[in-house]
Design a binder for this molecule. Sequence first.
Ligand SMILES: [Zn+2]
Length: 645
Amino acid sequence: MKTGVSMTGTGGGMKGEPRLLPTGLADSAGAPGFARDDVKERVRDATDIVDLIGSYISLRRAGKALVGLCPWHEDSRPSFQVNPERQTFRCWVCNLGGDAFSFLMKMEKLEFREALQQLAERAGIELSRSRLGLPADDKAGLLKASAWAADRYADCLRRAPEAQAARDYLHSRGLTAATIERFQLGYAPAGWDWLLRQASPAGIPVDHLVRTGLAVERQERSGHYDRFRDRVMFPIRDPQARCVAFGGRVLPGSTDMAKYINSPETPLFSKSSMLYGLDSAREAMGRSGRAIVVEGYTDCLAARQAGCNEVVAVLGTALGERHAKLLRRYADTIIVVLDGDDAGRRRADEILDVLLAEPIDVRIVRLPAGVDPCEFVVERGAAAFEELLAAAGDPLEYRMDEALAKLAGRPGDDAALAAVDSILGALARISPRSPLSQTQRLLREDQITSRLSRRFGMSREALRARMLELRGRFDNAAGRSSDTHDRQIDPVPLDGGIRLQAWDREVLEILVGVPEGALLIVREIDPGQLQSSASRIVLEAARRLHAAGRAVNLQELLLELSDPALQSLLVAVDTRITNRTPTAVAERVQHLEDALRRRTAERESVAHIAHLKTSRLDPLSEAAILEQLVVQRRAVQGMTEPKDG
Ligand SMILES: [Zn+2]
């Protein structure tokens, strides 16, 4: 066996990636026919993985492959290989591999759909509107309008005399010129058409300003006006750092009642699934595993300026489920920093109910009343901010303290029961897929019920029963199965480090690299006969490909299985084959046929033995079966089991 082709991985670096679900086919499940794969295929065929990866890291040729420094681990010797012939990549150290789609997904932390869209744009393939929302041309136009506006606002803040008050305001908040530049802050002057006036000369259609929410159509008469007037402008960027929207803040002393306004929902922008600063926080979040969420743009900027790079801000909305799903791609823990006022307390209540149901560890920091996070960081520095974060509390403890505080003024059984119910409700909501271990969760339940029991003089059994009742309700509402709470249901995360039994590996090697044998496997082997769920999923995909009249080989399997863990596995298997002294194909197929015959014989003999053990047979039948067994045993011994390596 050649060295260096280990099937075991460290499991690092796959944080937040889609886990392998029993179907393994988030993208294909339930889709009859293969028409929808056409676009995937076209995009794959139009993409050169060497070009794509070469635009991120520098590659040099080494024999047939290209090598470079792996972008995902501290790489001192080139461990990262790109195989132009197979259109795959692989890092030996991370034990991670895949095709162009999975490279981009991992590199840019994208979902498959988003990676498909980006590669399509790159290759100039237009994806239909129904599939992916906006046609690529349209989207490019809107993005251009947004970027242009961000430039105009920034330029105005930098030099326009009328922006003096805005400059003064930002400096009074302690933001440096470097921060203002880095985040491209700007100023929209007063007046109704400052931006509109400049659009036509710059080649920006008014329609694009309207569709990005920068201009608003007049109600009374024809024409448009600027949405943002006399406001400090904060460009909001998508995870790919493209400006898609703006937040505008009034200057102190303004008579405008709305302190902040944001762009409306547009084809580019949805506030419930975007966060301010995410594009530049992703890296840091990935490294530390935590995401820190604050409420204001300036709070976020102050923290960044102090060197705390995992901070993002919500966009004038409470942190919701879609935010949590987004942050889960980068971090395991979300720390929510809330203002100390009553509004902050109400928001804490709102977001707790939502976030507890997400499989992410949520912590809450409440600032002392009257302290604003921006001021706090600017005045007291990063170390003090870190201390504050370190004291972030368990949201259940938080809910408990809040409920008890509320109760203080309102004695009486009803109020007490309501408080108990709200706490047990929070407990019941905790996601069964929380990153906390089962033991940690039980311990947490136990602590909370003990505290409640002491405080309210109720038995712990009664409290637990009530909690389970509430949990049943949430489960029904969420379509969760209630017994999953009492088991560890997370599928073991696959990380390219799947250890395969010899037979499973043989099957995968042939599916991936020996087309002549692949059909035999598809016809003769039932997925149920394979040991690991990963190989079963691959075999099922191969059967689907075959049924659809498509080839069974590495490229088609990679396209069919977009799960990064499965892709890593397939590329690892493929690399093993190519690195090994090539066995003649005919020999390989012969070997497979022998093995199949032997395994069938073995299965039958096991069935016969079971039959002998469980039934009373007449001596004649018994003799016949024994004779068969002997024949089968001979068949088994005459053949060789596929060996490791
Ligand atoms: Zn690596």
